[in-house]
Design a protein around this ligand. Structure first.
Ligand code: SAM
Length: 286
């Protein structure tokens, strides 16, 4: 089988030929703009030999570019029809070991990723993440990244989710996700992408999100930080510190020491203060 061509007409024809059709629930909006697809590996800084995780390869348009840039790719696809198609169209890359293909949900329970992805992640140097993320997965996937070693990420997603991930203190959308990401990565919005680079056209705006590791590993237990933030942002109508004191007294005390008033709104507190607060929490020994 030759590789399916990009372009709206070609993508539609390939799907028809294989008895497939886009599934809205799985966020199947395919990239059909060859120029954009060609640019992504370079924008993501992919170098020959890099390990790259791609979530949702679909027809493999981006996968093929990543392999063309010399990356060793692990692609995770939930839709059996696409996995079947990729096994045929990328058979030689699968045989050579340049490509690994996992069939299943990239998200596992709790804060985990698919077990095969977890094993792959630990089995080599920090990977890059490059993907046109399915909308339903974007938020939970981003939430699983802080605390993992990562060479960098360039992700195409719903512009609103990208804005939320990159929001600074006081900006709309600033919250647990942006705080946790900001403590580990330099997070920035990349370019906006018009709807007609996809087929079918999504109803929402899309854009790139870039994550680059900060380098200075923050010595805070990710699970504690997540719980402190959940508590603080969960009941915003109550006064912040008296409420936080009930579940995390050391965190509330540290915030007072840092000059945070009792009735501060959690969205006005900087990431570095949340970090100090979480670091102060004593983990009960079992
Ligand atoms: N990479 C292709 C492209 O750019 O044209 C397809 C991207 S499409 C936005 C999202 C892909 O993610 C689809 O192929 C879909 O089946 C897959 N997908 C959706 N949910 C998933 C999940 N939970 N785990 C893994 N793949 C998923």
């Amino acid at each position: 089988m030759t590789f399916p061509k990009d372009g709206k007409r070609e993508v539609r024809a390939t799907l028809e030929q294989h008895g497939l059709s886009p599934n809205k629930k799985l966020g199947q909006n395919f990239l059909v703009d060859p120029a954009l697809l060609d640019a992504i590996p370079g924008d993501a800084g992919v170098q020959a030999g890099d390990r790259v995780l791609e979530v949702g390869p679909g027809l493999g348009g981006l996968t093929r570019r990543l392999l063309g840039a010399g990356a060793r790719v692990l692609a995770v696809e939930i839709d059996h029809g696409f996995v079947r198609l990729l096994r045929e169209s990328l058979a030689s890359e699968l045989n050579s070991g340049a490509l690994g293909l996992v069939e299943g949900d990239v998200l596992a329970s709790g804060e985990s990723l698919h077990p095969e992805v977890e094993d792959w992640w630990k089995a080599g140097p920090p990977p890059r993440l490059v993907a046109n993320l399915p909308y339903s997965v974007s938020g939970p996937f981003l939430g699983r990244l802080p605390g993992r070693s990562l060479a960098g990420a360039v992700l195409l997603l719903q512009r609103e989710v990208a804005r939320k991930a990159a929001a600074g203190v006081g900006e709309e959308g600033y919250g647990p996700l942006s705080i946790r990401l900001a403590l580990r990565f330099s997070v920035s919005l990349g370019r906006k992408v018009p709807a007609d680079v996809f087929w079918p056209r999504p109803k929402v705006e899309s854009g790139f999100l870039h994550l680059n590791p900060l380098g200075d590993e923050k010595d805070v237990e990710e699970g504690i930080l997540r719980e402190v933030l959940r508590d603080a942002f969960g009941q915003r109508r109550k006064r912040l510190l008296p409420r936080l004191e009930k579940s995390f007294p050391e965190a509330a005390r540290r915030m007072r020491e840092l000059g945070i008033p009792d009735d501060a709104r959690p969205e006005t507190v900087a990431p570095s203060v949340w970090w100090e607060a979480a670091k102060a929490v004593r983990i009960p020994s079992s």
